[in-house]
Design a protein around this ligand. Sequence first.
Ligand code: SF4
Length: 61
Amino acid sequence: MATPVVDQELCVGCGSCVEVCPEVFELQDDKAQVIGPDKCHTCDCESAAAMCPAGAITIQD
Ligand code: SF4
């Protein structure tokens, strides 16, 4: 299963990933946290990873 991981050092808290995948990501204290690593059933979170301006989201198999 592909699992998204957010680098807390790189995340700038823009919220883009939360808008795209609210089931997977949640902002907590201005940092994105992965709340549903298995909730993406469409793109394995590639969309969120691609749009993150900080390059903070990686997908681990
Ligand atoms: S899109 Fe990237 S920088 Fe923005 S909140 Fe999500 S992980 Fe953080």
